[in-house]
Design a binder for this molecule. Structure first.
Ligand code: BTN
Length: 266
């Protein structure tokens, strides 16, 4: 059930609608929208099936974590949101964001080939070199002690050549890195990887740290905790928290939002 908003829809997204299967079989393709995360949330309330996907060519109110704006100029990004209903407790919801980051990294790596190395800046930003190419925003709806559903929003910079001054030194795109610019293949790779990663998470939740380890951009880097303490990132724990060896010898387990790279390195 692919519902494509035509005739404004770019041809590549029309082609994507034809080729989607499994995750994404229920799919809405939009030329423009406010935020695909909001669309999926509303669709979920109206009974959308698990795996439902909304993809938009451009978003007017695309948002990132911490309510930061996420810009999606027409034809230049892949902006998608997926509805999942994982059998997880609310405290495990951040793990969904981590596996979404793994899936986005995988799709970016396939598009880059040997032109660059895609890594994860914990918890779920995808970087090429020192620049961010993709981000993840997971928004969950809870029902008592369980996750009723989660909206997994993933934004990938595909063909962006120019960024506003505040992002120019810290953001990149597949086209800037010399990667393959093909939103159809990218989306297919992304959803296939997300399907696999979610299944792995549910089957073997404690393998998360090992799955992230080969792609960990922060490993060995100095990070700053919210409370001012400084340490060195030393891998992701099996439960998805970042392990930080502090200067006083203590090992701290950080949750998302509790650390940042030391200013000199960020
Ligand atoms: C971040 O890095 O802060 C997360 C960025 C997430 C952006 C995506 S684009 C598709 C979906 N819709 C949104 O409004 N946000 C996410």
């Amino acid at each position: 059930m692919v519902n494509a908003q035509t005739p404004e829809l770019p041809q590549d997204l029309v082609e994507l609608g034809r080729r989607l299967s499994d995750l994404g079989r229920a799919c809405r393709l939009l030329a423009h929208t406010g935020s695909t995360n909001d669309d999926v949330r509303d669709w979920a309330k109206a009974g959308a099936p698990t795996g439902a996907v909304v993809i938009a060519d451009t978003q007017i109110h695309g948002r990132g974590r911490h309510q930061r704006p996420w810009s999606t100029p027409p034809g230049e990004t892949l902006a998608s949101s997926v509805l999942v209903r994982p059998a997880l407790s609310p405290q495990d919801l951040p793990k969904v964001a981590l596996v979404a980051g793994l899936a986005a990294r995988h799709a970016v790596a396939l598009a880059l080939g040997d032109r660059g190395v895609a890594r994860i800046k914990w918890p779920n930003d995808v970087f090429v070199g020192e620049r961010k190419i993709a981000g993840v925003l997971v928004e969950g709806a809870l029902s008592g002690a369980r996750v009723e559903h989660a909206v997994v929003g993933i934004g990938i910079n595909v063909a962006r050549k120019d960024f506003p001054p505040e992002l120019a030194g810290v953001a990149t795109s597949l086209s800037r890195e010399g990667g393959v610019v093909d939103r159809v293949q990218l989306a297919l790779d992304l959803f296939a990887a997300l399907d696999v990663e979610l299944a792995r998470l549910l089957a073997d939740p404690d393998s998360l740290g090992a799955r992230l380890a080969p792609h960990d951009l922060l490993f060995g880097r100095r990070v700053l905790l919210d409370d001012g303490r400084v340490g060195v990132a030393c891998g992701v724990a099996h439960d998805g928290r970042l392990q930080v060896d502090l200067e006083d010898g203590e090992r701290f387990l950080a949750r998302a939002g509790e650390i940042r790279l030391e200013p000199a390195q960020s």
